[in-house]
Design a protein around this ligand. Structure first.
Ligand code: ATP
Ligand code: HSE
Length: 317
């Protein structure tokens, strides 16, 4: 399980007291999640989630807090950092940046259908509309195109011949298309909108969590990341009905541009490379430890399948 930093009741009680939310009734480490430490926290005044941020520089925390405030103010179903009675959002616990957030209702969907995908597309559209253009809060991702090129170049020798060929072709494409990709329309992007970062009650999307990869960047990248997870079958092929549902709902709010339509197949491959590499790195660094490791091969297969992309963006000339 991924509780990188275990906590004892007394230190939690001391940490929670300044929120003025009553006594600590119960707490439980959350096994799901692979990057941060999370606890479900029951206080007299409600249910909360405590996150200790394990990855990334502390200097980035004000960005995440501000972005979640903006999205919460735009009525999107996202958590946000609660303030202590003195107005402090970002705190420290066990030497790590720590945030207390409301616990959102719902659970993760494993088998997504077209209705789920349409809601994901719609929420992504709202997220981008709330932050696009001049409204964008700038944060450069630490896992962007340059990261892919340098990590990919380092990791490639660890792979077999077929994998090397697949990755090298993708890296060459990223290098060639970099300028065009970075010139696409921008907003704040979640950059990790997988099924395990969305909560549903039935087919109703109740929450989007885990914004710790959020940054400013091309909106199309966010769409590609979400589609690769929500609309892939077991072999990594795109499931057309689910993909059309997600893209149609998104485009109903923010129509795609001609340049986005042109770069769509490339962007789907870029989004595969991003997670193939981060999973390969995690598998190497956490090997043998009691940490949730996602299978890198899933994205190798998806990247292989994305050499041909039959589902185009709904774009009218
Ligand atoms: N605000 C919240 N409301 C309800 N549940 C939450 C909330 N935040 C986190 N969780 C639960 O904790 C789990 C882990 O959280 P999260 O996805 O943020 O961790 P992570 O380590 O960053 O995960 P990932 O592997 O996606 O990077 C989630 O799957 C969810 O079940
Ligand atoms: N969603 C990521 C993990 C967190 O970035 C993955 O499935 O590899």
């Amino acid at each position: 399980m991924s509780v990188f930093t275990p906590l004892a009741r007394p230190e939690l009680e001391t940490f929670l007291a300044p929120y003025g939310l009553g006594r600590l009734l119960d707490f439980q480490g959350i096994a799901a999640g692979s990057e941060n430490t999370n606890f479900f926290i029951s206080l007299e005044q409600g249910e909360f989630v405590l996150t200790l941020v394990e990855r990334g520089p502390v200097a980035e925390m004000p960005f995440f807090i501000e972005l979640l405030d903006v999205l919460h103010d735009a009525d999107l179903p996202v958590p946000y950092a609660l303030r202590t009675t003195d107005g402090v959002a970002l705190r420290t616990l066990a030497g790590k940046p720590a945030l207390l957030q409301p616990r959102l209702a719902g659970k993760h969907i494993k088998d997504a259908n077209a209705q789920h995908c349409a809601q994901v597309g719609e929420l992504l559209g709202h997220l981008h509309l709330a932050t696009q253009g001049e409204k964008v809060l700038e944060r450069k991702t630490d896992r962007g195109l340059d990261w892919m090129l340098s990590e990919g170049a380092q990791l490639i020798s660890h792979l077999n011949d077929t994998q090397q060929h697949l990755l090298q072709d993708a890296l060459t494409e990223i290098e060639a298309q970099k300028a065009d990709i970075l010139a696409l329309p921008r907003a704040n992007v979640h950059a990790d909108l997988f099924r395990d970062n969305a909560m549903f009650e039935g087919t109703h999307l109740t929450g989007l969590i885990d914004f710790y990869n959020a940054c400013s960047g091309p909106m199309l990248y966010d769409v590609a990341i979400a589609l690769n997870d929500w609309c892939s079958d077991a072999d990594g092929m795109i499931d057309a009905p689910r993909a059309r549902a997600l893209l149609g709902a998104y485009a109903g709010l923010r129509p795609f541009t001609a340049k986005e339509a042109e770069l769509w197949p490339t962007m789907l491959r870029v989004a595969c490379v991003r997670f193939w590499l981060s999973r390969l790195i995690a598998a190497e660094s956490f090997a043998g430890q009691d940490v949730l490791i996602h299978d890198p091969a899933e994205f190798e297969h998806r990247l292989a399948q994305r050499q041909q992309v039959a589902v185009h963006l709904p774009f009218a000339l």
